[in-house]
Each structure stands twice: as structure tokens, then as C-alpha cells.
Design a protein around this ligand. Structure first.
Ligand SMILES: [Zn+2]
Length: 412
């Protein structure tokens, strides 16, 4: 078995694989919240795998299981997550003047979001650590995946639904047998802390903005980097990620760092954190060169999944370490990006389309080379937000009678 440890992303202190749900105890005692990450004996992995870090006979992202924290194979809860398409559309490449523009379509996961990767690892760890109850808080994707993997593993699940979660997603939580709680008027942080400390619930939450965070789920995100590498045999110049708390951004960055540590690449991508101008703590903090995020006012944005008022230390670290940057765009540009992608058969949720909107802005400034390899990670699909689709189309355009059909046949 490959040796694993937890390590503080801020101070570097290492711990055994115990359950630290308040981040690094040392930093916590000094009044700072610092997420922990799982580190591995990369030299041993290099020796054992001889460069083949994935098992081609194993389905799903668990083909990388030697680099995931679960020890017992029986604990793995998989619904077939990962192995999502990496799309390149020639017409779209020509339109934007970039030859190697790819989209990692995470909407193809079992619950239509990259959160399946997080929850598959996190809830497998809950099973391994003998928990019976899972609690989390979500604007949609995170909670739905928690609900699915909890019931797949025979665990109870409670999801505190943040105010903008779509009705469809709330219904889906019930569909999977979870307890759904409207969290608009409750103190979410207090409830999660109480459930974890007093009643033995397992917090399957992102690192930020919650006080109780899960150190294992983020490992799932790094498999996005492994998949990009295993499919293309190279590391992109740029990765565009939508950013809320920042686990996804850091997780993907960590995946590339690990590829380097295992001697598979000597090149790393620049990470670009993408947000809406309405709520952009990552951008404001990055512009001020801060290591800890500013907290901004919560306002409504169409990019619901990334509308967090604060992001994590680890999100900013991945930008500084990779030589990347943070960009935010107005909601109107995000809607425009959704429309453009839809015209090429790609249907991301609005938060995911922020990546393409930010890419267009960067391309306009001349910061991207024509032959740069670029990947926008589309973390979920707009199908989960039917009310947004309704806003973007006119259903009066659906032809109903023979006269109209004939007109279309003649004029199209
Ligand atoms: Zn620390």
C-alpha cells in the first residue's frame, strides 16, 4: 500500500490520515483556517507504476486509485464518474482564432457535474471511516452528488440548500432519498459544526466557505488533470476553471503538480480562475496580491454555482504558484458565452461558461498564442437549471402548424 499523509496547504505541517475537519490544527490554533491535502509517497508510486499511473482495465476515475486516499477497495462508491469527453470543435477554434481550444465536459458525469468526482472520493472515505450519516451545504451540484453517492453507499444524507438552488435540484435531492433543508434563514456553519461534533455526521463539504471542511473530496478533482494528460499525452499551457470556494481550481492544479512529481512532465499549466464581476473575491484578492481572500457582499448572479462571497487560501496559491491569473466578467458576457457554446452543441451551466467568457476577454487582450493548448473545464450542464434555459429562448419559435412548417422548408 502506498503511504499517505495529510499536509497543511499553508504551513506544510504533516499529519496522519485522521479526521481533521477544521483544517490544519496548528494553523487553527493560530486563528487561521487552512485546508489540508492528501500527499503520497510519489517516489514509491513512480517505482511501482513505472509511469503508468492508471489501470486501463479499471472503469471510471478510479483507474487512478493508487493516487486516491481510499485504502480498502470495498469502500469505493462509484457510479461511473470521470472519463468525461475532451472536446475540440474545429469551427469554434477557427471562430476564436485558437487552434488548440478544448472543453472538458464534466456535464457527462453520472450526476451531470464534476462534483461527482469530489463526492465519490469523499463519501467512499466516509464509508471507510465507518460513518453512517453525511451532511453538506450546496447551491446545487455539490449537494446532488452528495445525495447520490450517499444513497449508493447506504448512508443517510442531509443537504442544506442555499437560496438559489433550483427547484429541479431540490426535487432531485428528495428523489435520491436525502433530507433537504431550506437554508436561506439558518446559520449553515453552526448547523454543520453541531452535526459533525455532537452527532457524528460526516461533513462532505468544500474547504470554503465552511468552517468544517472535508480534506479528501478535493482529491477527486485532480483526476481531471490526469485524464487530460492521459488522453493528450501533454500538459496544456492554460487551464480555465470556474471558481467558487476554489477546491476545483486547486484540485486540478494539484493533479498537474503530482504528474511533475512522478516525473511524467516537466511542464505545468497556467491556472486561470474565472468568476462573475458581481461576486469576485478571488479576483479582488489576486489583484491585491493577498494570500487570504477578501469577503465580498453576496449578491445574485446567474453564475449561481460560483457565487461564493469568499474563496480559499488554496485557490489563490494555485494562481501564484502556476503564474496564472484571476479574471471576472459581467453576467451578460457569461450569457453570451453560453449562447456561443450552445451554437456549437455544447450546453454548460452558466458558471461553467464563465471560463469561455474569460477566455474571450484574455484572447482580446492578446494574451493567448494561436497554438497554445487551452482547456476550459465545463463543470456542469445548463440542463440542471431549466429556468435559465427558459430565459434564453423564445418558445413561441416552436412551429405548430403546416403553414409555418412550409415557410421554414422554403426559406431555410
Ligand atoms: Zn497549517
Amino acid at each position: 500500500m502506498i503511504e499517505k499523509q495529510l499536509q497543511c496547504i499553508r504551513c506544510g505541517k504533516q499529519y496522519n490520515m485522521s479526521l481533521f475537519f477544521e483544517g490544519c490544527p496548528k494553523c487553527f490554533s493560530e486563528g487561521k483556517v487552512s485546508p489540508l491535502e492528501v500527499i503520497y509517497d510519489y517516489e514509491s508510486i513512480k517505482r511501482v507504476t513505472n509511469g503508468k499511473i492508471w489501470d486501463p482495465n479499471y472503469p471510471s476515475m478510479w483507474k487512478f486509485k493508487s493516487l486516491l486516499p481510499v485504502n480498502n477497495e470495498e469502500s469505493i462508491i462509484s457510479l461511473g464518474e470521470g472519463d468525461t469527453p475532451l472536446i475540440r470543435n474545429n469551427n469554434l477554434c477557427q471562430k476564436v482564432g485558437l487552434e488548440n481550444l478544448y472543453f472538458k465536459n464534466e456535464g457527462c458525469n453520472p450526476n451531470w457535474a464534476f462534483k461527482d468526482r469530489f463526492q465519490s472520493v469523499s463519501i467512499s472515505m466516509a464509508l471507510e471511516k465507518k460513518f453512517k450519516k453525511v451532511i453538506t451545504c450546496s447551491t446545487g451540484n455539490h449537494g446532488l452528488s452528495a445525495a447520490a453517492y450517499s444513497c449508493a453507499g447506504g448512508l443517510k444524507c442531509m443537504v442544506l440548500c442555499r437560496k438559489d438552488m433550483s427547484l429541479l435540484l431540490r426535487k432531485m435531492l428528495l428523489f435520491y432519498g436525502s433530507t433537504a433543508i431550506d437554508a436561506e434563514k439558518i446559520d449553515v456553519k453552526r448547523i454543520i459544526k453541531k452535526a459533525t461534533k455532537n452527532y457524528n455526521w460526516y461533513p462532505s463539504t468544500a474547504a470554503f466557505p465552511f468552517s468544517m471542511s472535508n480534506p479528501f473530496g478535493m482529491e477527486g478533482y485532480k483526476t481531471i488533470a490526469y485524464e487530460i494528460y492521459s488522453k493528450t499525452k501533454q500538459v496544456p499551457n492554460w487551464i480555465f476553471m470556474p471558481v467558487g470556494g476554489g477546491d476545483g481550481l486547486y484540485g486540478v492544479w494539484k493533479g498537474f503538480i503530482e504528474l511533475e512529481k512522478m516525473g511524467l512532465t516537466d511542464r505545468l499549466p497556467k491556472m486561470v480562475g474565472c468568476q462573475t464581476e458581481l461576486i469576485n473575491p478571488l479576483v479582488q484578492s489576486f489583484d491585491k496580491k493577498l494570500h487570504d481572500s477578501v469577503e465580498v457582499k453576496e449578491v445574485r448572479s446567474i453564475a449561481v454555482s460560483i457565487a461564493d462571497s469568499v474563496c480559499g487560501f488554496h485557490a489563490l496559491k494555485s494562481l501564484y504558484d502556476s503564474g496564472g491569473l484571476a479574471i471576472s466578467v459581467p453576467d451578460e458576457e457569461i450569457i453570451n458565452a453560453v449562447r456561443i457554446l450552445a451554437s456549437y452543441g455544447i450546453a454548460p451551466e452558466t458558471a461553467s461558461a464563465a471560463t469561455f467568457a474569460c477566455l474571450l476577454q484574455l484572447a482580446k487582450k492578446g494574451s493567448l498564442q494561436k497554438d497554445d493548448i487551452i482547456v476550459c473545464v465545463l463543470t456542469s450542464t445548463i440542463l440542471k437549471w431549466p429556468e435559465m434555459i427558459t430565459k434564453m429562448v423564445d418558445i413561441a419559435n416552436i412551429a405548430k402548424d403546416t403553414k409555418r412548417i412550409n415557410e421554414i422548408l422554403e426559406k431555410t
